[in-house]
Design a protein around this ligand. Structure first.
Ligand code: SF4
Length: 345
């Protein structure tokens, strides 16, 4: 089991809840927009937010962002170790940095010492695009071995200065490599792991790759915090991340709608009904499962896990709870009756 690292009051690792992270896709220099986006992501269930800090001016805006939200802020440092120092001086809660690209070792030491003073976690890691050539040559390509060695080299650079407040990450664009590398990583160190399927794309591609890449590892007990990386608004990342956890029974995230795929026996426009039901249920924050099925014969049995459900056909719908039939209603009353029942729960 991984050890526990704390980002402000949020625990990552051990048996703590798996947290959901995202990253602002607006610049800190546009602080009003950054604040609005961060507030929206927090409302959607984001636990930790990462922001790009590329200058001292960006870092000076951290207190304004901090005032507007409750979730901890991680400074993402790509260029210049000095920006990490500025972010720390301005009250950031954690740093994401790649020590191998800082350059002079004294600068790595300076960042580590600054984090140590405030006990701030440092996330280090490697993406499939940033593995050092030395490891690619040694292990004949970008694979689990070169990814893990590259990651652990960075860990050692921090441990050298007697600092162990570390979160590690390995992200690959390839689902299988991502899975293998994170398994290997978890067997080689006990730092909490930040999971992600990097550059997974948009739409179905992004959702499928993320669910597979992150979900497969979580099912094996690997991973302590997740970030879904989509070429979309970060709100979608947060929703997807939360739903991955919800469907693995790891954290609730509102109402789950179960519905059948329809078949030759379906005698109702189930696709429209389900879409209407989902629209009406949006924003209801109850941890329950609702089933909408296309026939009275198999529906209740197939959706036995649902707290409440409806099986339609020929203008009528039977209502069932936990697979047991309760009553019969008219098909156009489904939403009204469903909302009334949810209200009582
Ligand atoms: Fe077909 Fe009924 Fe199964 Fe839906 S629940 S797929 S309508 S058999």
């Amino acid at each position: 089991m991984s050890k526990i690292v704390k980002i402000r009051d949020i625990e990552i690792g051990g048996k703590s809840n798996i947290t959901v992270q995202s990253m602002l896709n607006v610049s800190m220099s546009d602080i009003e927009k950054a604040i609005l986006q961060a507030i929206r992501l927090e409302q959607l269930g984001c636990d930790i937010i990462r922001v790009s800090i590329d200058s001292e001016d960006d870092a000076r805006l951290i207190p304004r962002l901090k005032e507007a939200i409750n979730m901890p802020i991680v400074a993402d440092i790509q260029f210049g170790y000095i920006n990490a120092i500025h972010a720390i001086d301005n009250g950031v809660d954690a740093i994401r940095i790649n020590p191998c690209y800082i350059g002079e070792e004294k600068h790595v030491q300076e960042v580590v010492e600054a984090c140590k003073k405030k006990n701030l976690p440092i996330r280090v890691g490697v993406n499939s695009g940033s593995v050092k050539k030395e490891f690619i040559d040694k292990y004949l390509g970008v694979n689990k071995f070169s990814l893990v060695e590259s990651c652990l080299e960075q860990v050692k650079l921090i441990e050298k200065y007697d600092y162990y407040n570390i979160v590690v990450s390995i992200k690959s664009t390839n689902v299988k490599t991502n899975y293998e590398a994170n398994k290997e990583l978890s067997s080689r160190c006990d730092y909490p792991i930040h999971l992600g399927q990097t550059e997974s794309g948009s739409d179905e591609d992004g959702l499928i790759k993320s669910a597979m890449g992150i979900g497969s590892l979580l099912l094996e007990g690997i991973g302590d915090t997740i970030r879904v990386s989509l070429t979309e608004h970060p709100a979608r990342e947060v929703i997807t991340g939360r739903k991955i956890l919800q469907y693995l029974d790891m954290r609730p995230y509102g109402i789950e709608v179960i519905s059948c795929p329809t078949c030759g026996r379906t005698k109702v426009d189930l696709i429209s009904i389900v879409s209407d039901v989902k629209r009406e249920l949006k924003g209801i924050n109850k941890d329950i499962k609702v089933a909408i099925m296309g026939c009275a014969v198999n529906g209740p049995g197939e959706a036995r896990e649902a707290d409440i459900g409806f099986a339609s056909g020929n203008g009528e719908a039977i209502m069932f709870k936990k697979g047991e039939i309760v009553k019969k209603i008219k098909e156009d009353e489904i939403i009204k009756v469903l909302l009334e029942e949810i209200e009582k729960m």
